[in-house]
Design a protein around this ligand. Sequence first.
Ligand SMILES: CC(C)(COP(=O)(O)OP(=O)(O)OC[C@H]1O[C@@H](n2cnc3c(N)ncnc32)[C@H](O)[C@@H]1OP(=O)(O)O)[C@@H](O)C(=O)NCCC(=O)NCCS
Length: 430
Amino acid sequence: MSDELSYVKWFRNAAPYINSHKGKTFVVMFGGDAINDPNFGNIVHDFVLLQSLGVRLVLIHGARPQIDERLALRGIESRFHNNVRITDAESIVAVKDAIGSIRADIEAMFSTGIANSPMHNARIKVAGGNLVVAKPLGIIDGIDHERSGEVRKIHADSIKQLLDDGNIVLLSTLGFSGTGEVFNVHLEDLAVSTAVALKADKLVVISSRAGLLDDNGNLVKQCNLAHAKNLIGESRLRHAVIGACEKGVPRSHIISYKQDGALLHELFTRQGCGTLVSQDPFESLRAATLNDVPGILGLLQPLEEQGVLVKRSRELLETDINKFVVIEVDGLIVGCAALYLFEGTDQAELACITVHPDYRDGDRGERLLQHIEDLALRENVARLFVLTTRTAHWFQERGFEPESLNNLPEKKQALYNYQRNSKAFAKPLI
Ligand SMILES: CC(C)(COP(=O)(O)OP(=O)(O)OC[C@H]1O[C@@H](n2cnc3c(N)ncnc32)[C@H](O)[C@@H]1OP(=O)(O)O)[C@@H](O)C(=O)NCCC(=O)NCCS
């Protein structure tokens, strides 16, 4: 495909996401390490693009390495208790110093308007202020945390007003008390409190990791809260992602600040590049086992009787069970799909993709397809094909194009059932 055509295709595929993100509130959190990364300039450009597409953006920045640097310059030792900084009267000066300087740098980056840059013609206003009320953390385990505070209230109405007026809101990890003192607050605490107070649609955590990994070290692209709890150990990330989800933020994303374009890739493509944690009820998408055979048969049989799917015997299903993946909801198999590889070719067949009628229209078919595509990619499959009689449009809407039977692997052609007269569709994966 030519560059122009693939660009057009990419843009069309992004359209549903553009429409769905418009007018939504995203709270985006990143630490001082992200700001120090050479990719941070690109991230700012992507923030501008999101804002131009109508996303209401609240950015929350940390400053840990910058504060440490300033404390070191002043000869003050950084002190932590349970990973929480102890901010004494001397340290808060360094904290204000670091945060003031970071804010100025970020605001300057949003003000760049030079021609040939993605910021050209984008007049971006960044707003902030005394929008966070804090109270002292107090004495924990006998240790006075002095000017380290916790969020007491977020002035959500004021933030909404600033967003309504077309600003990007930038919050720093400082809170102000009714006594007129400044407190250093935790980045994760601030991000979760802000997302909850604004009833944000998403919390995006831009971190040093690409997302959550499973036991085999593979990136988990999507998981529910229960699954995420098993994947994230006790950490600041857990505090943010799990905390937000438990308090009602529907979706959290984890992406890396090191990867150029990660924000756009995650938010505007089906594949994404990080991890999405959502609040869905417990539901898992996993490889099938022999115990699932009765559940899969129950799912496929009605469709086989209607002629939508080719009939498969229990024996064949048992033999092929390792080719299947299933979606299980509370012990019930509600969806399945299979991947058949063809040795000596770079093609594979997607077969038996089915979702129980009561569970359709919930993106489960989409997730099964995505999972099969991921498995196929890991096997270096370049083209995924499917034979269908009644579901052509569903596949075409997901990147499959009509394919001549002559281009299918010979083994498949030999088995083709002319009476069924299925049509072939294929999707390039690489
Ligand atoms: C195709 C199927 C797996 C989709 O599952 P799902 O979980 O409902 O899929 P999603 O939620 O991701 O997608 C739903 C969308 O697909 C559309 N859709 C469902 N079946 C379709 C079909 N046969 N043709 C075209 N579009 C179809 C729905 O109308 C819905 O569209 P919308 O988003 O515009 O409302 C499911 O409908 C099914 O099991 N069908 C019967 C089995 C089948 O035909 N399998 C393919 C064999 S080759």
